[in-house]
Design a binder for this molecule. Structure first.
Ligand code: FAD
Length: 317
């Protein structure tokens, strides 16, 4: 474990506080839980990513890639190998006519805010999604009347061999909370979005309206990873969960939110195992009572051992 850290330190001798060891992941996830990452690296350039991934590939060293950790649950046992966080250190943006080009670590809120300041419309829906451009494109994040697929022009990424490539919108294979990048080892580094000129006042007023709708319907006062389950065809996950009498259902410090049954929240002292237990109970109860299998929207990271086997259709990163 120390060796991994020491070896990575040799690769990036001037990384300073961008390279950390035994870091408790609760600080890096919106669920505010999860055990230690053996070695955590915050790259600030594409070249650093290329060096790290080539090094890791040669040594079969596992890498876990995260953005703002707003769609993940990290195991209580933490994450082995190297955890790479692409966030504020790779978050530059450039504007050119009706296009904004954002590095993958830029937060969706900041990109939407910068566009609004310049009276560009099209990303208002994304202003309340607490993730990065990279995590958002990977998930085709969406809310209310929009999703990123509607405005992406192109994305640049590092492929499995660490070559920089670019794809146009049509090649993203966007679907509901998925894309060409889902389940792959590709790393999104930059995305260009097409926007429309609008009225600054209307853009900000739409963003304020969506924020207020979120605050009144979602448990934003509690740590979570957003919607726990994907919307099953023909149903709403929250309504199914609520109709099964599961609002407020609690195990340890994790519970189905009283405010919105589609969210599983950390009441303050939840472990990742508590959260997993609530996910399993909800999935099993809803399946038994309605026949619908809810598929987790959140992704599971780190060392879950066999604990995760009980949860169906979940994605481990
Ligand atoms: C309160 C709350 C509200 C939310 N509301 C919404 C909503 O309205 N709509 C919605 O769609 N989501 C919502 N989410 C979920 C989440 O914010 C989105 O899925 C977001 O896009 C995840 O981005 P992230 O940077 O946090 O990714 P992470 O959670 O860090 O990672 C998610 C996945 O993306 C991958 N990933 C991250 N960065 C990259 C990269 N650069 N290249 C390749 N893969 C990458 C990771 O490996 C992982 O598999 C909400 C979450 C919370 C906590």
């Amino acid at each position: 474990m120390t060796d991994i850290y020491k070896n990575i330190e040799t690769l990036f001798p001037s990384a300073g506080s961008r390279l950390l060891k035994d870091v408790i992941m609760s600080e890096y996830t919106t669920f505010r839980l999860g055990g230690p990452a053996d070695c955590l690296f915050l790259p600030e350039s594409i070249e650093e990513l290329q060096i790290l991934y080539s090094y890791a590939a040669e040594r079969h060293l596992p890498i876990t890639l995260l953005g703002r950790g707003s769609n993940v649950i990290v195991s209580d046992l933490g994450i082995r190998g190297v955890t790479v966080i692409i966030s504020d250190n790779l978050s530059g943006t450039e504007f050119a006519e009706d296009t904004i080009i954002a590095q993958s670590g830029a937060s969706l809120a900041s990109v939407a805010g910068q566009a609004a300041q310049r009276s560009w419309s099209g990303l208002e829906f994304a202003s309340g999604i607490p993730g990065t451009v990279g995590g958002g494109v990977m998930m085709n994040a969406g809310a209310y009347d929009g999703c990123l697929a509607d405005s992406v022009i192109w994305t640049e990424y590092l492929d499995e061999h660490r070559y920089l490539r670019r794809i146009d919108n049509a090649d993203h294979e966007f679907g509901y909370r998925r894309s060409f990048f889902t389940g792959s080892r590709k790393i999104i580094v930059r995305t260009a979005f097409r926007l429309k000129e609008g009225s600054k006042q209307e853009i900000f007023s739409k963003m304020a309206d969506l924020a207020s709708r979120r605050r009144s319907s979602q448990p934003l006062e509690r740590p979570s990873a957003g919607s726990a389950f994907k919307r099953p065809a023909g149903f709403y996950a929250g309504k199914l969960i609520s109709d099964c009498g599961l609002k407020g259902f609690q195990i340890g410090g994790a519970a189905v939110s009283d405010k919105h049954a589609g969210f599983i929240v950390n009441l303050g002292n939840a472990t990742a195992s508590d959260v997993l237990a609530v996910f399993c109970h909800v999935q099993q109860t809803v399946k038994k009572m309605t026949g619908v299998l809810l598929e987790p929207e959140v992704r599971f990271a780190g060392d879950w051992q066999s604990a995760i086997d009980e949860l169906n259709s979940c994605h481990i990163i």
